[in-house]
Design a protein around this ligand. Structure first.
Ligand SMILES: Nc1ncnc2c1ncn2[C@@H]1O[C@H](COP(=O)(O)OP(=O)(O)OP(=O)(O)O)[C@@H](O)[C@H]1O
Length: 829
């Protein structure tokens, strides 16, 4: 510590403290320093734990010069300044910080531990048992621990190579027991501390001398793969074989040694026994996803089995005719079926591509609902009373659009549920209140959020879920919307007919063609609302610059032009395009800018919000404009701050929170879900090959409301259209099938045929196909039971709890990685 610059002194003020990441800005009155520093005070910034104003500390780190605020100390480490001389220590122990310890006792304590007094006291408190009564001794040691223990723990963790953020996260969980816990089993961190992965824990374990073939190490690698895989693939489970392979890769690469697969496979079973992994045959689940899917099934079973409306169908049709008159529209048969279906059933799902009338149906349905149930739709008449119709969407932009299109209040799902963060599984949510809930853009809802939502719906609330199942699935794991549409017990309608169709609006028909898997021959032709430019990746930036330049010259608003690209990296990637468009639309000229990682934020920049922040009332996918950059010198936080306007909502973020935003002149197609833009540019080149999928291109194209500019390589577009988005691995549909291995139930289970499916023949076809697929699935699972890998085994005692036993693995006939397929190596129910 002494090689570095240090400052010892009293904390005169805590200017800023961010409880989520421990970032602090302090003012220190200097007692001592080894730096060439004249002033009597210094501002200290960095990741700092709980410190007390008025107490003395030593901070070390490096001096930085803030352009406006002058010299500051950026902290690497710090510790409570402890007196080192005997007289200083005696004075300290007998001070009023430690009631019950007098001068005499203090002297004796210091005599007992003449060197490293505080450290030794903390390690061997029993050695002063003759000097203080047990109660006094406990309170004395507790105080010392409070004052010095944390810094000691933190510095030990730093020695293990943990970042300061991880250090504080770990300390927050284990507090005083941190070191004991970690030394006992560092791999605990993988399961219990978010943001600490296998590699970090394994490094600590290596320092502590834990062997490469220790079972705890194997378990940690398995848990790491189980936890991280769903976030990468979007699947809600992983096949046992894939989990094993992933874990072995990790174990071998981290220490460059060979691992015996069977030894790791055994640990899968132990983790299942311990309830840390859930299993359905060979499908293995991380707990939160398993229980979220299970929760969805339970809530949905209750929601779909409720009695529908008492109104007769003729009465509803009569009222609907009146609604059609009022709204001056004639719904087609399928649209009518959807509206009546949503009225008759307490839970209803509606899907359709662009221009098929989803919004038109929502409006008609609300009108009909209000007529039938005599609900006043004038929100101004409600004052403090609750408006009974809840409109919701997963993003801020989508909920604002719902509000514009219906004229009724709408909010994000997070807001309705009272969720503040993206950590949907752990956070408690509110129950909803009202009589009708309509959620739009439901394809964006992941398994965790769907579980929270369905749990929060009261028994009396009617539910209509709307979305486009051909769009990209949710960013988080699962494909709840697509799955719901394939569950026969859930009444639904799939709209097929495009209503927004005239010669000036060809984007919609192009989108539908792509959705159906073909690229129309006129796809490169110039139309009133779309155009195509052929170019390769190298020239994409140049071409986009030219188009954007021309757009700007015509006097158009640069913010209405949105580039949507598949990837961040590379010349044609989002990062590069953002820089280029920023310089075109919002050049630096003679102004200030704030650098953050690779981005320079400027006043007037278009920014994208990357996470849900209910407190600030801005959500993932929201777009805003930077209205002001405020230097640290002028802010209470003593950090640079960015003030932004998100559709009228002013938000201020200090530097520590800039990770929540990024430039948005170009953005990812994934992030654009739930938003629409008047003009969209979509570059597609074969460099993006890995990402090119039909639902990705479809989602991008359907974001364009007025005009669409496609550019890139025809081959890339063709490639995207040809590749049907791979279905995510989820277990939701299966959960709605009857108990496996009990086929009677399958037949005996009464499946309500919803009104809507009766009307729409194509839909009946759909449902039939699904049933067929599902019965195939069932047959498969039955046949799996029969062709177990161990069917020859006469020793049935080998099979315990339907999972692989150690004995089986050790029998030597079994190599989990060679010559076996998914589903082969674990025993089914
Ligand atoms: N039955 C109908 N008769 C005439 N026009 C209709 C009918 N249904 C919908 N439309 C019109 O078709 C257009 C598209 O409808 P709407 O906006 O409801 O579709 P959508 O599925 O919500 O589309 P998107 O997902 O693109 O927003 C609108 O102009 C709407 O007025």
């Amino acid at each position: 510590m002494n090689d570095k610059i240090y400052f010892t002194g009293e904390i005169a003020a805590i200017f800023f403290s961010n409880s989520s990441n421990f970032y602090k800005v302090l003012l220190l009155e200097i007692d001592d320093t080894n730096a060439d520093y004249e002033d009597s005070e210094i501002v200290v910034t960095g990741t700092i734990g709980e410190v007390i104003e008025g107490d003395h500390y030593t901070f070390s780190g490096s001096l930085t010069t803030h352009p406006k605020y002058g010299e500051q100390l950026a902290v690497d480490s710090y510790e409570k300044a402890v007196p080192t001389s005997s007289s200083g220590l005696i004075k300290y122990f007998s001070s009023d910080k430690f009631p019950g310890v007098g001068k005499k006792t203090a002297e004796k304590i210091v005599q007992r531990f003449p060197v490293n007094t505080v450290d030794n006291l903390l390690e061997h408190p029993e050695e002063i048992s003759d000097l203080l009564t047990p109660t006094k001794r406990n309170s004395f040691i507790k105080k010392i621990r409070e004052n010095h223990g944390m810094e000691k723990i933190l510095s030990q963790l730093a020695e293990f190579g943990l970042t300061s953020k991880q250090t504080f996260q770990i300390y927050e969980i284990y507090k005083d027991e941190t070191l004991e816990k970690i030394k006992g089993n560092p791999y605990l961190l993988v399961e219990e501390v978010k943001g600490v992965g296998f590699k970090t824990a394994d490094n600590i374990a290596q320092t502590l001398g834990i062997e490469a073939d220790s079972p705890e190490r194997f378990k940690a690698a398995l848990m790491h793969v189980l936890n991280t895989q769903p976030l990468e693939t979007g699947d809600t489970y992983i096949e046992a074989k894939a989990l094993l392979e992933g874990a072995i890769d990790l174990l071998e690469n981290a220490r460059h040694i060979e691992i015996i697969p069977t030894e790791v496979a055994v640990e899968i079973n132990h983790l299942i026994d311990d309830g840390k992994i859930q299993s359905e045959g060979t499908k293995l689940f991380e707990n939160s996803l398993f229980f979220a899917e299970e929760g969805i099934k339970n809530s949905l079973n209750a929601l779909i089995n409720r009695r529908g409306t008492d109104f007769k169908e003729e009465k509803l049709l009569e009222e609907l005719t009146q609604v059609e008159r009022d709204l001056e529209i004639a719904y087609d048969d399928l649209q009518r079926a959807a509206i009546i279906g949503a009225m008759k059933n307490q839970f209803f799902v509606l899907t359709g591509g662009p221009g098929t009338g989803k919004t038109t149906i929502i409006n008609g349905f609300i009108e009909l609902y209000a007529r039938v149930y005599k609900i006043d739709l004038n929100i101004h008449h409600y004052n403090d009373d609750l408006f009974p119709i809840l409109l919701a969407a997963p993003t801020g932009r989508a909920s604002r659009r719902m509000n514009e299109l219906t004229g009724l209040p709408a909010a994000t799902l997070h807001r309705h549920l009272g969720l503040n963060t993206d950590d949907t599984f752990d956070e408690a949510s509110n129950d909803l209140s009202g009589s009708l809930l309509i959620v739009d853009e439901f394809s964006m809802v992941d398994t965790w959020l769907a579980n929270k939502l369905f749990q929060a719906i009261p028994g009396s609330m009617k539910v209509l879920l709307v979305g486009d199942s051909d769009q990209l699935p949710s960013v988080g794991p699962g494909q709840v919307f697509a799955d719901l549409l394939r569950i026969p017990q859930i009444p639904s309608v799939r709209l097929n007919k495009i209503f927004r169709q005239d010669e000036n609006s060809t984007i919609t028909s192009l989108a539908h063609a792509i959705k159906d898997g073909h690229l129309p021959s006129d796809f490169t032709a110039r139309k009133a609302d779309r155009s195509y430019f052929e170019t390769n990746a190298q020239f994409v930036p140049q071409l986009i610059s030219q188009i954007a330049g021309a757009w700007q010259k015509k006097g158009n608003n640069p913010f209405e032009l949105q580039v949507l690209a598949p990837m961040y990296k590379g010349q044609a990637g989002i990062n590069n395009l953002n820089l280029l468009l920023q310089n075109l639309f919002n050049p630096l000229e003679d102004r200030n800018e704030f650098k953050f990682n690779d981005i320079q934020f400027r006043e007037g920049d278009k920014v994208l919000h990357l996470v849900n922040d209910a407190q600030a009332n801005v959500f993932n996918g929201d777009l805003g404009i930077i209205s002001e950059l405020v230097g640290a010198k002028y802010t209470d936080s003593k950090q640079d701050e960015i003030i932004m306007d998100f559709d009228g909502q002013e938000v201020t973020y200090p530097r520590a929170e800039w990770y929540k935003i990024t430039l948005a002149f170009a953005m990812s197609i994934h992030k654009s879900q739930g938003s629409e833009f008047s003009t969209v540019i979509v570059p597609m080149v074969t460099n993006y090959s890995r990402m090119l999928e039909r639902n990705l291109l479809y989602t991008a194209i359907t974001r364009a409301k007025q005009s669409l500019i496609l550019l890139g390589e025809k081959r890339a577009f063709a490639q995207a259209v040809a590749k049907e988005g791979s279905n995510r691995k989820t277990f939701l549909i299966e959960r709605f099938e009857v108990t496996r291995g009990n086929p009677q139930d399958l037949k005996g289970n009464e499946v309500k045929i919803p009104l809507a499916t009766k009307v729409d023949e194509s839909n009946i076809e759909n449902k039939k196909t699904v049933n067929h697929e599902q019965s195939q699935l069932n047959q498969e699972s039955v046949s799996h039971q029969e062709i177990s890998l161990f069917e020859d085994s006469s020793d049935s005692s080998l099979i315990q709890n339907n999972i692989l036993t150690e004995q089986m693995i050790n029998s030597g006939d079994f190599d989990p990685l060679i010559g076996l397929n998914e589903g082969d190596f674990l025993i089914f129910n």
